[in-house]
Design a protein around this ligand. Structure first.
Ligand code: HEC
Ligand code: HEC
Length: 297
């Protein structure tokens, strides 16, 4: 019992106690480490079955870098009505009749276009024509052929037409099959319509003879501006820099004429490549830029 008397001096008196203390000194941190590892590991394991590790969640996480819009192919897609798309996009030109666009409500404007039939109108709206940019300037990733078709029917029927709503597209078929379908078939598959639009644009580019141009002169530029670019640049549709607006053009002109030529040919945000005139030559587009720049200096 002598140990008990000395307890207040030191807890460790015997070799047994020393060993116990040393073992405890090692064991406690080890137990804590094991618990921590378990805790972290467990989290990852429960995460595997949870939404954190699904393909969609991963795709969403990388999306800001990859700029990929994630869509669940199996989720039922909510389509815009013709009126919604018209108000969001087409009204920019078709409400006022800007640049010769057939005006909403004008039977006179629409009758000759309705006559060749819905398929023909859809084809033109998808491929673009004159100042009408392909798909009204929208991307097939955002707006399907079906929605463009609905907007056409909305406009035509508000202007004396009696067209039927296009049929809602069936579930996306296999990508390859959809990609080969003709534009007029209005396949609802995003992949299909994207390919169809690309094909339409490509055929337009190769089939349409390039506008005759001596290149780089302001006359050719004015001509293209009057037929195509003014649709947006005359009034500043979608924040396009307005024709003759020095304040709007100064910061753009400061980036250099090559930058402006490139942007006009390749497109920039809401501005479609070549303003939607896929058949215009690069030289004509450059001339149109020069014309616009010369008017804003
Ligand atoms: C930037 C202006 C602009 C926008 C935006 C625009 N259009 Fe047009 N659209 C035009 C012009 C200009 C024409 C006349 C083209 C021509 O005949 O030379 C036209 C013609 C059309 C035609 C008649 C084609 C035919 O058969 O002759 C349809 C259909 C049409 N647009 C649909 C649409 C739809 C749908 C949208 C919206 C998704 C849209 N447009 C957005 C300018 C525009
Ligand atoms: C459908 C509407 C639309 C049409 C048609 C259009 N533009 Fe644009 N354009 C825009 C918009 C919107 C911008 C502003 C883009 C931005 O800065 O985000 C723009 C910007 C530009 C710029 C400035 C680019 C820069 O680097 O700042 C040039 C140059 C230009 N357009 C030339 C043209 C020419 C040439 C045509 C005709 C061949 C044309 N645009 C037709 C909408 C249009």
């Amino acid at each position: 019992m002598s140990e008990a008397h000395n307890e207040h001096e030191s807890l460790i008196k015997t070799p047994k106690q020393l060993i116990a203390a040393v073992i405890a000194g090692f064991l406690v941190p080890i137990v804590i480490i094991v618990l921590l590892v378990n805790y972290v590991g467990n989290n990852a394991l429960t995460g595997a079955g949870s939404s954190a590790m699904t393909e969609k969640a991963i795709a969403e996480r990388i999306a800001p870098v990859a700029h990929v819009e994630v869509k669940d192919a199996n989720a039922p897609r909510v389509y815009q009505t013709g009126e919604q798309l018209y108000k969001a996009v087409c009204a920019a030109c078709h409400a006022s009749g800007a640049a010769g666009a057939p005006k909403l409500g004008s039977t006179e404007d629409w009758a000759p276009r309705i006559k060749p039939g819905y398929d023909e109108m859809l084809k033109i709206a998808l491929a673009g024509k004159g100042a009408m940019p392909a798909r009204g300037g929208t991307s097939p990733d955002d707006v399907t052929d079906y929605e463009i078709g609905r907007a056409i029917v909305y406009m035509a029927n508000a202007s004396g037409g009696k067209l039927q709503e296009p049929a809602e597209p069936a579930k996306p078929a296999s990508g390859a099959a959809a990609a080969t379908s003709a534009p007029a078939a209005a396949s609802g598959a995003d992949a299909g319509s994207a390919a169809a639009a690309a094909a339409a644009m490509a055929s337009l580019k190769t089939a349409a003879p390039a506008a005759a141009s001596a290149g780089g002169n302001l006359d050719a530029g004015k001509k293209l501006y009057d037929t195509v670019c003014m649709a947006c640049h005359a009034s500043g549709v979608m924040n396009a820099p307005k024709f003759g607006d020095k304040a709007a053009w100064a910061p753009r002109i400061a980036t250099g004429i090559d930058t402006l030529h490139n942007a006009a040919i390749k497109g920039l945000n809401a501005m479609p490549p070549k303003g939607g005139a896929a058949n215009a030559s690069d030289d004509d587009v450059k001339a149109a830029v020069d014309y616009m720049v010369s008017a804003a200096k």
